[in-house]
Design a protein. Sequence first.
Length: 470
Amino acid sequence: MAASNDHHIDFQSLIKFIYKEKHYFEGIRILEQHHSNDPTNRQIIASLFDLYFQCGFTDQYLSLFNKVSQLFKKSPFIYLFYLQIQPFLSDITIQTITKTRCDFAKTFLPPVKKQIVTHTAKPILNIGYYGDLVHLMNLPTVLNGHDLNRVKATVYTADQRLSHYWSGCIRDTSALSPQEIIQQIQYDQIDVLIYMEEAIQIYRKDWAVLSAKPAPIQLFWVNQYATSGTDYFDYIVADPYTITELEYPYYTEKPLFLPQWLSYEFPQYIHPIKPLPALQNGYITFGSSNRIVKLNARVIQTWAQILKQVPNSRLILKDRVFSDEASEAYLRKQWAQLGFPIDRLITKPFTKHPEYYEFFNDIDIALDPFPFTGNITTMETVMMGVPLISMSGRIFFENYSKSWLSVIGLSDFVATTEGEYISKAAGLASDQSKLIEFRDSIRKKIQTSGVLDGAQFARELEAQLFHIIR
């Protein structure tokens, strides 16, 4: 793939080619060359940010941000890219992420349009779910669990996949303007509007809708990273594991506490659990299928310490970046400089479901990244019989895995320091009988924990919402 000097190159076709052929590293080189010739081209900038993010090239991502932020003063276009990478930085704190998000909201987002809303007692609670990113592992099981005698649910989305999983009312928003969406929500007399996207990285159309406050109560759920930093939302759905009383000052929303902040649906196409790999291999295999951007320097150095403490052990990583030899070679070089034993690293390219699940049958113990932990990946991991070692923190996304593991009854696998994380991983690696027992019993443990009970989750949510409205 050769670079072109043609300033009229079709970048959209180029990007499609890069992703289709998985030439990530070469694609970055070409786009960097074009960026040097045309530093204010937004399409090139956005494409570079995306490729850096997908490949886990965090240093290059931040370097690009520092350059273009000087060219685009006070631009939400550029600022949003920083908000995207911020949760994956190894030194991020709850104070920093809250301040950054509040500053962004104050500087760039439209103010809330104050409305006088009167609550009237109704036998039926109208709940609206709004957002174009529908999480099929979570939302359908909750929608199907609502008590139709008490609740009417309406989903406002451009994602029509949902119609295959739920037969309720879906309003297609793909061709609607913000004002038309607002009018539709108001016409439907929605009492509570639940936003399903990551609240600060939202689309401009959504800013207009949410700032209009088309429903008396607005909250966000499913894809929350931290506070939104805005005054668009009255509540954020949480549980005792994701937000504690010490974190209240760092949220512009009130926590709406449920026993668990998210529900999970058992995949119909999940694979059977095979025997412990160590029995055949004669060594422990650690692994992770989390996105490569989560593997910052602290994570790589911590995992290196674990491998050193567990003789002859291996680490398997799975990600789309490993389909590109040049990108993998670059990452291996970077990680070797951090002290990681590269000769004990095994990589596998990303595969789609259901083949994806077979990856876990090659792993004895999973290692969770930090600060941004696994979420659905965590559930997929333990559902496949693999215990996961995680580390919690103070920001919502630092506690995704802590929440899942605690609800299931696996809080012993959650550390609070890197030293404890290493100790738990090395200790578990030395207990083969515990690893075997985990594989034999985990699915029954999950099925009896309530984490798969979407109907119960829906009842808990309904009860809290009725209490707020009335």
